[in-house]
Design a protein around this ligand. Structure first.
Ligand code: FES
Length: 84
């Protein structure tokens, strides 16, 4: 799921231990991380294959050399709230 509330789009992921949100645009070039493959809590960029930690936004492999911003997520009464 991607939140497009006016600023940079934010990808929201559901993992076994909760919801997590990171910037949707890869820090390497223009690619939507939400369109990548998830494996072991990480997301692989669909364009050049850089891997990011979904919980922290940390870049784990090249060609990305910078992290993407992560956002706190809170669930209340079934609604998802993002800290922007
Ligand atoms: S655009 Fe994501 S790794 Fe290049």
């Amino acid at each position: 799921m991607v939140y497009r509330g006016g600023g940079k789009p934010i990808a929201i992921f559901r993992l076994p231990d909760g919801y997590f949100a990171i910037e949707d645009i890869c820090s390497h070039e223009e690619a939507s991380l939400s369109e990548g493959e998830i494996e072991d809590g990480n997301i692989e960029c669909p364009l050049h294959g850089a891997i990011f930690d979904i919980k922290t936004g940390k870049n784990l492999t090249l060609p990305a050399v910078l992290p993407v911003k992560s956002h706190a997520v809170k669930i209340e009464n079934g609604d998802i709230f993002l800290e922007l």
